[in-house]
Design a binder for this molecule. Structure first.
Ligand code: HEM
Length: 390
């Protein structure tokens, strides 16, 4: 194969799936020479079985690479820890995501918030579901759960975005990181003496084997949680709504039979996750899919590509209901599997059900451009203009 025939990784393309499909068939473990981003040789993994193998083998494929880039803006980062340190830290924070907490959040937080957002435009007969619902709803949920005042959610959303885009604008990313900590400090201190029913209280009081979280770990976790909770679920919800609105027959079927909503969510996560790529670094020489990866190479696990692998999912490029039940990798797998996945599923389930209940005969607005799911590191539509009956 000549160089020009090799699929080319373009991190700026809004539509990477065609290249990822070629990678799966032509070079499933792709070697990339140093780029503007990284002078090191890197590897990209695109099939389901290889992606699963890399994510589960934390001793060979370390998460420490996450400290290099996003760790600068977030501080002590669970996503960058490995082995016993990660396990102990995860046990401390996982308590806050237990199933019993989720039930309470659904009735006290999630349901009221989605209704309040829809109340604001239901009488209009039209809306942009991104601007008016999806971009606001998960960030409000995470603020309420963490225990910061809801009226500050827009400020939090801005910090979350600036921290996430820190690699493109270092000063802005660092300023957002400092400002978020300065804002959170008095709240964290107050919870130490006056515990409440919120996640900050859970974090300051959590104890495993007599060990408590250090301040650096508390702020590191809170700085991750806002972007992790706000930037991901919001886009996945937009992707699910786009899938349904583009298929009016399926939208009608799901509206009439809500037992299909969980399947809509899982199929959307498989087909168009909002986080299609995660990072590792080889801690020793390794072999994946017959390719030797030397120690010290960054490895991109393309979970979006893996979840369309035709050897596991027939017509993997298509969104369709009625597939045989198969796990997907949208929440990762292995020790770092998404801590917020139950909350994300809950927000998606409640959010989609309430939208279907309250916006009857919802359809794409023919006078506006149709939604387009786009992006490389984060994927979602920028607008979903709809009409509905009032
Ligand atoms: C649809 C929404 C979401 C998607 C697609 C998603 C995806 C992911 C993925 C792929 C990972 C694994 C990263 C890795 O292995 O390096 C992860 C980890 C994580 N996610 Fe999510 N996530 C979502 C929602 C959330 C929410 C709502 C929260 C919290 C409120 C959250 C908190 C976390 C945390 C704390 C980790 C790190 C776990 C660890 O390192 O042990 N996520 N997520």
């Amino acid at each position: 194969m000549s160089d020009t025939d090799i699929p080319h990784l373009d991190f700026t393309t809004p539509q990477p799936y065609p290249t990822w499909a070629r990678m799966r068939s032509e070079c499933p473990v792709m070697h990339n020479d140093g780029s503007d981003w990284d002078s090191r040789v890197t590897y990209s993994i695109s099939t389901f079985s290889d992606a699963e193998k890399v994510m589960r083998d934390w001793e060979t494929f370390s998460s420490s690479v996450n400290a290099e880039v996003i760790g600068q803006y977030m501080g002590d980062l669970i996503l960058a820890m490995n082995g016993p340190e990660h396990r102990q830290y995860r046990n401390l924070v996982a308590h806050a995501f237990r199933a019993s907490a989720l039930d309470r959040w659904d009735t006290d937080v999630v349901v009221p918030l989605i209704h309040q957002l829809i109340d604001k435009f239901q009488a209009d007969g039209k809306a942009d579901l991104v601007a008016q619902v999806t971009s606001k709803y998960p960030v409000q949920v995470i603020c309420a759960i963490v225990g910061v005042p809801l009226e500050d959610f827009e400020q939090f959303h801005q910090w979350a975005e600036e921290i996430n885009t820190g690699p493109f604008d270092h000063e802005r990313g660092m300023a957002a990181s400092r400002n978020m900590r300065a804002y959170l400090e008095p709240i964290v201190e107050a919870r130490r003496t006056d515990p409440r029913d919120d996640l900050i209280t859970d974090l300051v009081t959590a104890e495993v084997d007599g060990e408590k979280l250090t301040d650096e770990k508390i702020y590191g976790f809170l700085r991750l949680l806002l972007p992790a909770g706000a930037e991901t679920t919001f886009r996945t919800m937009g992707n699910a709504l786009t899938a349904l609105l583009e298929r009016p027959d399926e939208l009608a079927r799901v509206t009439a039979d809500r037992s299909l909503v969980p399947e809509v969510i899982e199929e959307t996560l498989r087909w168009e996750t909002s986080v299609p790529m995660i990072s590792r670094i080889s801690a020793k020489d390794a072999e994946v899919g017959g390719v030797t990866i030397p120690s010290g190479c960054p490895v991109s696990v393309l979970v979006g590509a893996a979840d369309r692998d035709e050897t596991r999912f027939d017509d993997g490029e298509e969104w369709k209901l009625g597939r045989p039940t198969q796990t997907h990798l949208a929440f990762g797998t292995g020790p770092h599997q998404c801590l917020g996945m139950h909350l994300a599923r809950l927000e998606l389930r409640t959010g989609l059900n309430v939208i279907l209940d309250r916006l009857p005969n919802m359809r794409l607005d023919p006078s506006q451009p149709a939604p387009v799911i786009e992006g490389y590191a984060f994927r979602g539509p920028t607008a979903i203009p709809v009409l509905f009956d009032v």
